[in-house]
Design a binder for this molecule. Sequence first.
Ligand code: TXA
Ligand code: MG
Length: 304
Amino acid sequence: MKDFLDQLAKKNLVAIPTETVYGLAGDATEDIAVAKIFSLKKRPNFNPLIIHVHSLEQAKCYGIFNEEAEALAKHFWYPSQNPYPLTLVLPLQKNTNLSKLALSGLKTIALRIPFHPITLKLLREYNKPLAAPSANISHQLSPTKSEHVRKNFPTLPILEGDQCIVGIESTIIDCSDTTTSILRHGLITKEKIEHILGKKITIAKSHTTIKAPGFLKKHYSPLTPLQLNAVDYQTSEALLGFGNMECTLNLSPSGDLSEAARNLFSFLHQLDQGQYKKIVIAPIPNTGIGIAINDKLNRAISKE
Ligand code: TXA
Ligand code: MG
């Protein structure tokens, strides 16, 4: 742990495990560290980073919480009894010491408490916020195991934390405006948010806003071509299955969508070693976390 704290203090980057995917973390108050994140990931610097904190109290130093944001944070963020991966976009507090680069100059901030014991310990001991996008090259597959991170960034120190239990990125909710909206689908569904808030929320239209650049374009892509909603496949192709079927790898033989989310990136990494001409994917039901899975797959095949 000490080595990792030292690296962060020296404005260097480390990979951190979270419940969703591995993050590429640097001190969010240091432009030099943040610049290294953008450069290593080859991420355009207009695409802001999520700021990771250890507590609601710490989050309040950086974001302005309205009643709804507070209710969602209390319900989903550690130390809630049942933490779930949620990122809140909020108006930025005045006079923070955060790197403006991390926020891409916006007046809003995306905040989240990752639910992973080792990373929570790191955040507590460092006691400064960490900027951490997913630890992959921009547009490519997200990392859910340390070996995926190592493949992209062989010399990066990685805080080892086993396979990520959720497997896809946090749900992003925008509470910076009068209308609360969902910017990115994840394990927490729109319906679940509506249930807690006791009202309907909107889905941000990808083409109308630069609010969540990652919401709109090509993302999460393997190098091998992908095809969705496959019914059959050739011998030169891999079939990524779902439910009871013959296939190369099965996201969940029993048809469990949470299991499918957990396996999604890991199985795509396995099939994307150049051994197949194409990866074809069986239909995934578009309900619950299946909405987030299909959203990622649709972005993965996007040509934009
Ligand atoms: O599960 C996760 O959220 C992971 C782990 C590592 O915590 N992180 C992650 O970060 O997915 P990243 O950088 O891959 O995705 C962050 C998304 C981007 O789509 C970015 O555009 C959006 O959050 N974002 C960041 N700040 C924002 C803001 N102020 N307003 C709207 N969207 C924002
Ligand atoms: Mg990402």
